[in-house]
Design a protein around this ligand. Structure first.
Ligand code: FAD
Length: 331
């Protein structure tokens, strides 16, 4: 998790995640949370990077001395003090335990959402959610299926694209004396990004280089893309040769799906054209952890008529930015 320190919303949301883990999961250990910070590394000194460097000279790091990078591999690096490593699945399980619907959440698949389709007149003004376990009649529906949002809300197809990311995990841990003093590293932007996470046990998790994906596959089943896996290993070997030689081969290779809105901002809020009953929260691209909790909270506050604590950020994410006409969805 690498919150953007210049975005107050992300800073607050990352802190909320940390507080939740500490208070509700009893300790940070329960989520394998390591808050030693991270770094962004730059491979070229573009004007943009120079501006960043000038603005935060006290944040600069030397990738060679701090991270044992190959000399010349990176031109500079910046500290990311709020970055942390955690085990998202454990946090999701803990969040689900807070909900009375936890069992259902784990086993049920939503197939279709249809407004007011029930034959029963008492259901007028409600929405029918068709699931793999039967029908649910609901007054309010929140779709939070991220990369799979368009499976449930096809009217967003033109606005949210699903892509996959290939990830590797090293077989061996880095020996303690060689470990980085930080938990995460990011290098490059968008589809070019490589992200690295040094796990609590010293193993290296390495992912990204989505730009090399030629498969156009949008499924997260099966192993990761072999060409990307190879490119990631090469990338790491060239830039961190000493570490690459001690971690040896990679034991796991998998892929995950992310949903990317056309303008890069997440989407949240009430979807027009669905009888004012269907809401969406997602489209976090590869940067959801410092955003999803805060947006979900803001959306629920809005639905419950409470004061929205992140109103300004919520407004920027409003799904209605994609639509100018009111009626969009034809059941
Ligand atoms: C490989 C990879 C690496 C990432 N790295 C980072 C990172 O370093 N930092 C960061 O901040 N973020 C990262 N992300 C993004 C982050 O994981 C997501 O932004 C975050 O998990 C968003 O949470 P979410 O609950 O919205 O979506 P998800 O975690 O994607 O959850 C969506 C859920 O919806 C379920 N679902 C889908 N369709 C249906 C349906 N029809 N019915 C019922 N359930 C359905 C899925 O099974 C899934 O459990 C990464 C994502 C991937 C894939």
């Amino acid at each position: 998790m690498q919150p953007d320190c210049s975005c107050p919303f992300e800073v607050r949301t990352a802190q909320k995640m940390r507080d939740f883990i500490e208070e509700r999961m009893e300790s940070l250990n329960a989520a394998a949370y390591v808050g030693t910070g991270g770094a962004t590394l730059f491979e070229s000194s573009s004007a943009e990077n120079s501006e960043d460097k000038e603005a935060s000279s006290d944040q600069q790091i030397d990738p060679v001395t701090l991270l044992n990078a190959a000399p010349g591999a990176f031109v500079s690096g910046l500290k990311e003090p709020l970055s942390a490593s955690l085990w998202p699945y454990k946090v999701v399980q803990a969040l689900a335990r807070e909900s009375t619907l936890a069992t259902f959440v784990e086993t049920c698949r939503v197939l279709k959402i249809v407004e007011g389709a029930s034959a029963d007149e008492t259901d007028a003004g409600h929405t029918t959610v068709h699931t793999s376990k039967g029908e649910l009649i609901a007054r309010t529906v929140i779709v939070a299926t991220n990369a799979w949002i368009t499976d449930v809300l096809p009217e967003l197809e033109a606005h949210v694209k699903a892509v996959t990311n290939t990830v590797l995990c090293s077989k061996l841990p880095v020996p303690p004396e060689m470990r980085w003093p930080i938990a995460t590293i990011s290098c490059g932007d968008g589809a070019e990004e490589v992200y690295i996470n040094q796990r609590e046990d010293g193993r290296i998790v390495l992912g990204g280089l989505r730009s090399k994906d030629q498969s156009l596959c949008q499924s997260d089943s099966g192993p990761g893309d072999s060409a990307i896996a190879h490119a990631l290993q090469e990338w790491f070997r060239e830039r961190f040769p000493a570490m690459a030689s001690v971690i040896g081969s990679y034991e796991y290779c998998w892929k995950g799906c992310i949903g990317i809105p056309q303008d890069g901002m997440p989407i949240a809020g009430r979807l027009p054209g669905r009888g004012d009953m269907v809401y969406v929260c997602g489209g976090f691209a590869g940067h959801g952890m410092p955003r999803c909790l805060g947006l979900a909270e803001g959306l629920v506050q809005h639905i419950c008529g409470l004061e929205v604590s992140e109103a300004e950020y919520m407004a920027r994410c409003d799904v209605r930015r994609f639509f100018t006409d009111a009626i969009l969805h034809t059941p």
